[in-house]
Ligand binder design. Structure first.
Ligand SMILES: *Cc1c(COP(=O)(O)O)cnc(C)c1O
Length: 363
């Protein structure tokens, strides 16, 4: 396959996939080896798909070192459906859930949880435009909370937690949609981890959920079956037709990630990529990073220019130069470079070179 026509894709999601993954999809799209049918055409109950699902789960477990007492689920409805499923299953009557509000996605999670039960916003940096994540000392946690919900990487604002907050014995629920498998993570410190796949794990359409088994007892039988973690776990993510193509592709991405050396190696690469870009942002003051330096995201690098007109010109000219998707989220403006695992390092070099040229012309 030729990659000649591919631009540098800085999209926040759906986002860039590893080229070898796309090549394998292309090669096998007409007929999976020894199956003779496309992944798009086979039954989810076929032995071929069952093997694909089992391998994807095994590779997720291997990549993250998922302990045996956790279930790995492949669900649908995106991370946004988890905003509802988490409280529907875990926020039982008479209990309170703590939410750490560190960004626009966390805020949405709060809104959905409030429709289900009692929510305590344990801390919020909304008043500071979410330019940092809350400090440990700012958390007002509820004793005996049903769970504590956090967002490890704030995709829109470009901040991330460098270490997990301490939440005592409360089950920690983490929306890792935009930094899943970009760095080592300690699954055992969590009760539930969820992630829409379309940033770092694969295409849209599948949501990865890793849930500690003891939590499954909280799911009430009265819940809609599709929204019930216990039902999904009992049925091995096959209560209904799973998103077969998305699971297949997620599996290929896991295989690629293992080939890269796993989470420790990819984290080193991600640190190097982000450091190059932040160094350029900090070099002269022409560009201005919007996140506090101690919680700058390695996945979503946000920055601004002196005026909105200049920002518009930057977006236009960078797009023309083959650097696509640098416009920031509509709610915050400015620029955002999403540089997930699959984003190539030479694309960072290309952006840095463009930024220097742009500054030389307009600075
Ligand atoms: C993208 C994103 C979401 C929303 O994901 P969907 O799969 O579109 O529902 C939620 N949380 C975070 C942190 C995200 O980055």
């Amino acid at each position: 396959m030729t990659t000649v026509n591919r631009v540098y894709n800085f999209s926040s999601g759906p986002a860039v996939l590893p080229v070898p993954v796309i090549e394998e999809i292309q090669r096998d799209l007409m007929a999976l080896p020894s199956v003779g049918m496309s992944i798009l055409e086979i039954s989810h109950r076929s032995a071929a798909f069952e093997a694909i699902l089992a391998q994807a789960e095994a590779d997720v477990r291997a990549v993250a070192g998922v302990p045996a007492n956790y279930k790995v689920l492949f669900l649908q409805g995106g991370a946004s459906t988890q905003f509802s499923m988490v409280p529907m299953n875990l926020l039982t009557p008479g209990t309170t859930a703590d939410y750490i509000d560190s960004g626009s996605w966390g805020d949405k999670a709060v809104k959905e949880a409030k429709k289900v039960g009692t929510v305590n916003v344990a801390a919020s940096t909304k008043a500071e435009n979410y330019s940092r994540v809350p400090l440990q000392s700012e958390l007002k946690l509820t004793p005996g909370a049903a769970y504590v919900h956090m967002t490890s990487n704030n995709t829109i604002e470009g901040t991330e937690y460098k270490t997990l907050p301490e939440v005592g014995h409360a089950p920690l629920v983490n929306d890792t949609s935009s930094d899943m498998f970009s760095r080592p993570l300690d699954v055992a410190k969590h009760a539930l981890i969820y992630s829409g796949a379309q940033k770092n794990l694969g295409p849209s359409g599948v949501t990865l959920v890793i849930i500690r088994e003891d939590l499954l007892t909280r799911s009430q039988k009265s819940l809609p079956s599709m929204l019930n973690y216990a039902v999904q776990a009992e049925n091995g993510s096959m209560y209904n037709t799973p998103p077969t193509f998305a699971v297949y592709t997620l599996g290929l991405v896991m295989k690629w990630l293992i080939g890269q050396g796993g989470l420790v190696t990819i984290a080193t690469v991600n640190e190097r990529k982000a450091a190059k870009l932040y160094a350029e942002i900090d070099r002269t003051g022409f560009y201005r990073g919007t996140a506090h330096k101690d919680c700058r995201s390695l996945m979503n690098v946000t920055f601004r220019l002196a005026t909105e007109d200049l920002e518009k010109t930057f977006v236009k000219e960078s797009t023309a130069a083959g650097l696509d998707g640098l416009k920031g989220h509509r709610s915050v403006g400015g620029m955002r470079a999403s540089i997930y695992n699959a984003f190539p390092e030479h694309g960072i070099d290309a952006l840095v070179a463009f930024m220097r040229e742009f500054e030389a012309k307009r600075g």
